[in-house]
Design a binder for this molecule. Structure first.
Ligand SMILES: [Zn+2]
Length: 411
């Protein structure tokens, strides 16, 4: 630290990978974090600010692997960069400094066009990657997605999408029970060769098929030189798949077993709508935070009032913050399938902590674990050498300021 410290010195409660420091300090220099530790041990030359009168907590910038939009704009409905920018900004304002933009099932031409648009936003650093949810999904578990566009697996289509994504294709949700997805030349293997990950979901697979798919994908990713990381993921565990019945177990126990071994990462939409608090708590207890990625599955209505929205080709009604497919006249609101979330990742983090998950574990699942999925070792924690992505929150875990790469963006 000789020569003095330029940059920013933050003091408050600090959540590091190893502990929660009640009186901690984060020091940044330019775009990087240079020091993190207890205030009492701050290096010479660091000008310590007085502790803030109001409690404030510093978290790593959040990393969301599954997000369809916000601020009134949806990635599946973004004809141009400006529209997608609105959605990305809505989440950045609330602390998501690394955002993967998700598309929904559509025809191939639409997917290629949207992917190319999102790749432009990734080139500028506004997006951390692109996720395609479909189209190789099980129509029986389509959720809010349009089964008319769901097809058997087409590795050639994966190659076209990867080309349009120019290196930014991070994950694709695929159903292992759909023909053409598994096998040495299937969609899952093609994703791995293209530097993307298969994320199993929207599936009617049995326990055996899901277990086999996860094992095969794990082996293929380990052998693929271009793989961004070695573990397949599971798209919003529990949602879009059969529940765990003890005589017909379905995909859930296979996903949990693989995650518990460290062979897969399970997404949880822990927003208070998609999963009960006890489910969230149990999954963390069973598989550990290193194998859970908290995600929003957020759609355009995030940060917006109740009303009517679209999610790709689908009409969606949002009531009380819950998004559901619009129903026919006379049918109740509740008859529509849940059509994504309306929470920011910081809201999901808060809901997870309220459910009884340890703060440090919840933060890991919203930062370090999804960063590892992306193959990014430069983000996802408050630690020296990492990019200075810092989220300052108040005592109720509401966002106060957001720093990305050392710059305050919103305060
Ligand atoms: Zn989704």
């Amino acid at each position: 630290m000789s020569g003095g410290v330029s940059g920013v010195v933050l003091r408050g409660r600090v959540v590091t990978p190893d502990q929660v420091l009640d009186d901690g300090v984060v020091v940044t220099d330019g775009a990087r974090i240079t020091w993190v530790g207890p205030a009492a041990q701050a290096p010479d030359g660091v000008a310590l600010p007085e502790p803030a009168p109001q409690p404030r907590t510093y978290l790593p910038g959040l990393v969301d692997l599954h997000c369809h939009g916000g601020g009134g704009a949806g990635f599946p409905d973004s004809p141009d960069v400006a529209t997608a920018h609105v959605a990305a900004t809505e989440h950045l304002r609330h602390g998501t400094t690394s955002l993967v933009a998700s598309l929904v099932t559509a025809d191939l031409a639409t997917l290629l066009a949207r992917t190319a648009t999102l790749a432009e936003l990734a080139d500028t650093g506004e997006l951390a990657g692109i996720h395609l949810e479909g189209p190789f999904l099980a129509p029986a578990r389509c959720g809010a997605q349009d089964p008319a566009f769901m097809t058997d697996g087409r590795p050639d289509a994966v190659r076209q999408v990867a080309e349009a994504a120019r290196g930014w294709l991070a994950t694709m949700t695929v159903a292992p029970d759909v023909p053409g997805v598994l096998g040495p030349d299937g969609v899952a293997a093609t994703l791995g060769s293209a530097g993307a990950l298969p994320s199993f979901g929207h599936t009617d697979a049995t326990e055996a098929v899901m277990a086999g798919a996860l094992a095969q994908a794990r082996a293929q990713l380990r052998a693929a030189p271009a793989a961004r990381s070695g573990r397949p993921t599971v798209t919003h565990l529990f949602n879009g798949m059969a529940p765990w019945h003890h005589r017909a177990p379905g995909p859930v126990p296979a996903a949990l077993a693989a995650a518990a071994r460290g062979d897969a990462v399970v997404e949880l939409v822990a927003d208070g709508v998609h999963l009960a608090p006890g489910t969230i708590r149990a999954v963390f207890a069973l598989v550990g935070a290193a194998n859970v990625a908290l995600v929003t599955d957020a759609m355009a209505a995030t940060g917006m009032p109740d009303g009517r929205y679209v999610l790709g080709p689908a009409d969606v009604v949002v009531r009380g913050g819950v998004a559901r497919l619009a129903t026919a006249p006379g049918e109740p609101f509740e008859a529509g399938a849940i059509a994504g979330g309306t929470a920011h990742l910081l809201d999901v983090l808060r809901t997870t902590v309220t459910a009884g998950v340890d703060l440090r574990d919840a933060v890991t699942a919203a930062t370090a674990t999804p960063a590892a999925v992306l193959g990014r070792s430069d983000i996802g924690a408050l630690a020296p050498g990492l990019r200075a992505d810092v989220l300052e929150v108040d005592g109720d875990m509401r966002p106060l300021r957001v720093m990305r790469a050392g710059e305050w963006l919103y305060q």
